[in-house]
Ligand binder design. Structure first.
Ligand code: NDP
Ligand code: X2W
Length: 329
């Protein structure tokens, strides 16, 4: 076992030289994206499990004991099972990054969104249990939390979040359905208003009134837009669209992956695929000052900053290889 100290964070690795990572669910959509990205990351070695053993709890537990961190890219129930397997290892348990929805608002877990708050990256670095954010919540929280925190958006504002995702958001089974033309060209879903992402959007934005979330999915593989419409006269100080843009820009200033972009350049349109195969998140404020209305829009790749890109960002922070939100920091 080797102890390293980097930027005040102590990282304990089980072997000299490189931190080791087991991607539980490596054959799935998110797992493959993480494995591909880790090829370019010096200081991390991926340890894989034999294909015929990848659902065998004993084999997974044995590999967990040999690595520094495990990333769970599994359905929620399997992710909970993996957490229990790791707990049985006691002091030999690896650090866990869970990409599933299972622990997003669970006590004892740190939310893996380094840009979300000034102290978030340090909390991720220090935690043994980190949960990757949901793809849609990454956009919604980035748009809403800064405005609530600034006191401009009242915490009890009746928020509705509309969003559209590429079909890879539904994992292997949805990809298969869409690519075999067994799915509709476009569909609203989650219309029982109980989508699994509502708790984390509610919890981390600071909103006190439960937001309504209306997701949709269309005939494109990856890419995502998350939108929130606001009536400016209902906000504190009746701000103009430009004031909201300035607030968001100040909040994320210096971030490598999250940026605020001018809306005017897009001439009143935006499409979801422009950030595909990147780990970036773009925020824009469209607005009509004369009408006192604004539309906040986040664009990201659901498989990038929405899943695998965020997971690699978090892993690097957890393993002491990066400070999180700003490369230079
Ligand atoms: N796709 C996306 O955009 C996002 C996904 N996520 C989350 O990441 C997690 C993985 O999703 P995604 O990659 O899309 O899903 P996939 O269905 O593409 O992959 C899941 C993988 O887990 C494997 N698996 C299932 N059960 C077990 C088990 N008991 N033990 C070991 N492996 C198992 C599957 O095996 P098999 O190959 O045999 O089916 C599959 O390879 C989910 O919790 C999802 O909610 C999070 C953010 C965005
Ligand atoms: C298009 C589609 O179905 N998207 C998925 C969200 C992606 C995902 O798997 O969500 P997590 O981030 O919580 O893991 C859904 O709405 O359930």
């Amino acid at each position: 076992m080797v102890r390293r100290r980097r930027s005040g964070v102590e990282t304990v690795t089980k072997a000299a030289g490189s931190a080791s990572v087991f991607i539980d669910g490596e054959a799935g959509t998110t797992g493959l994206g993480i494995r591909d990205r880790l090829r370019d990351v010096p200081g991390i070695t991926v340890r894989s499990i034999d294909n015929d053993k990848r659902k065998d709890p004993a084999a997974r537990k044995e590999l967990m004991a040999q690595v520094d961190a495990v990333v769970l890219c599994l359905p929620d129930d399997a992710a909970k099972e993996s957490v229990a397997l790791a707990a049985e290892l006691g002091d030999a348990a690896p650090r866990i990054l869970d990409a599933s929805t299972a622990h997003r608002v669970a006590p004892g877990w740190v939310y893996g969104f380094p840009e979300m708050a000034p102290e978030q990256a340090a909390a991720i670095a220090a935690s043994r249990h980190v949960t990757n954010p949901g793809c849609y919540p990454t956009g919604a929280i980035a748009l809403l939390k800064p405005l609530v925190e600034a006191g401009v958006l009242p915490a009890d504002y009746p928020i509705a979040v509309h969003a559209v995702s590429g079909y890879s958001g539904g994992g292997k089974s949805m990809i298969e359905d869409y690519e075999a033309h067994r799915a509709p060209a476009f569909e609203l879903y989650g219309l029982t208003l109980e989508h699994k992402h509502v708790p984390e959007i509610h919890n981390y934005t600071g909103l006190v009134r439960r937001p309504i979330f209306i997701p949709s999915v269309g005939t494109f593989r990856q890419g995502m837009l998350v939108t929130v419409a606001l009536h400016l006269d209902l906000l504190a100080g009746a701000p103009k669209p430009g004031d909201l843009e300035a607030l968001l820009a100040a909040y994320f200033q210096g971030s490598d992956l999250v940026s605020v972009q001018p809306a005017a350049d897009l001439k009143g349109r935006i499409e979801p695929e422009a950030l595909n195969d990147t780990d970036r998140l773009e925020l824009r404020v469209f607005g009509n000052e004369a009408r006192g209305q604004a539309l906040l829009v986040a664009r990201l790749d659901n498989l990038g900053k929405g899943a695998s890109g965020a997971a690699v960002q978090n892993l690097k922070v957890m393993l002491g290889l990066s400070k999180g939100a700003r490369a230079a920091a």
